[in-house]
Design a protein around this ligand. Structure first.
Ligand code: SF4
Length: 281
């Protein structure tokens, strides 16, 4: 018998994470959610996508998990904020979903990335699903905002092949304004990854008027270059693909009329990271 409230048949596949998904887990009781979070027996998943070339090395299968404690003003996927918007999926079924792709991923030197939302809201599920991936010989990458990094033990960190760390702002007040949370835990997690020499890629979302301040970026670039474990930096220009979700969810979207950053601003920011000796894309 599958665990109460889980879905065995509902398709988890999406063309991309911009499909709006809500209330998929709304029938799951509080006690089942609590048990799922403690054990990792069940995960709340927005979707699985295949064919990503930007969420880690090679071709990636990506599991987009539900639940996030940040409320980024520019979030592209606000339907992932609530855990119960995700489809409740037993661990074994999620592993089977990945198993379908394992041969292709190895041939294409790719792997499996868990993103969100914020995956570490479901840290036990993440660790167990990564363990299943490793048993299949599949490379693992965790895309995280780092805030809940303390939930992972040093041993668990050793068993994740790559961390894609989102650093959203340097200035504490700016970060709080952007996300609703303090950034000290994020920076501490970055330092911890460096101290343990864990491979890391930095992801920086460039948002006009919010994260494009040259001084703030200069601080981030110097900090990241000094860590010594960051293999590359991805500058991700803000886009409007998630705008419809805010509307559908009845949320007031503060970025409603903001255009993507201009090419010269993107090039300036890439230059700021490159100046510190970092490999930037
Ligand atoms: S951390 Fe990611 S998922 Fe969470 S609010 Fe920010 S952009 Fe959205």
């Amino acid at each position: 018998m599958p665990p109460e409230g889980t879905h065995q048949s509902e398709s988890l596949e999406a063309k991309n994470p911009y499909e709006l998904r809500v209330n998929k887990g709304s029938t799951v009781s509080e006690s089942v959610i609590k048990q799922a979070l403690e054990s990792g027996d069940i995960g709340f998943i927005h979707s699985f996508t295949t064919g990503s070339a930007v969420d880690g090395p090679g071709m990636r299968v990506v599991a987009w998990l539900s639940g996030c404690q940040f409320r980024c003003l520019y979030c592209h996927n606000p339907d992932t904020w609530s855990l119960s918007n995700g489809t409740p999926v037993p661990l074994a079924r999620a592993a089977e979903e990945l198993r379908k792709y394992r041969h292709g991923l190895k041939v294409m030197s790719g792997g499996f990335t868990i993103s969100g939302g914020e995956p570490l809201m479901q840290d036990r599920f993440v660790i167990r699903l990564f363990a299943a991936a490793r048993e299949m010989g599949v490379h693992t990458a965790l895309d995280t905002n780092g805030f809940l990094g303390p939930r992972l033990s040093d041993e668990e960190l050793e068993r994740i092949d790559l961390v894609l760390l989102d650093v959203k702002a340097w200035d504490a007040e700016r970060h709080k304004h952007l996300t609703g949370k303090d950034n000290s835990a994020v920076l501490e997690f970055a330092r911890r990854l460096a101290a343990r020499k864990r491979p890391c890629w930095l992801r920086f979302v460039l948002v006009p008027g919010l994260t494009d301040d040259p001084r703030d970026i200069s601080h981030i670039a110097k900090f990241v270059a000094g860590l010594g474990n960051v293999e590359r930096v991805d500058v991700l220009p803000f886009h409007q693909m998630g705008r419809f979700k805010w509307k559908e969810l009845g949320l007031d979207y503060p970025m409603q009329d903001i255009a993507p950053p201009a090419q010269e601003v993107i090039q300036r920011v890439i230059g700021q990271f490159a100046k510190e000796g970092l490999k930037v894309y």
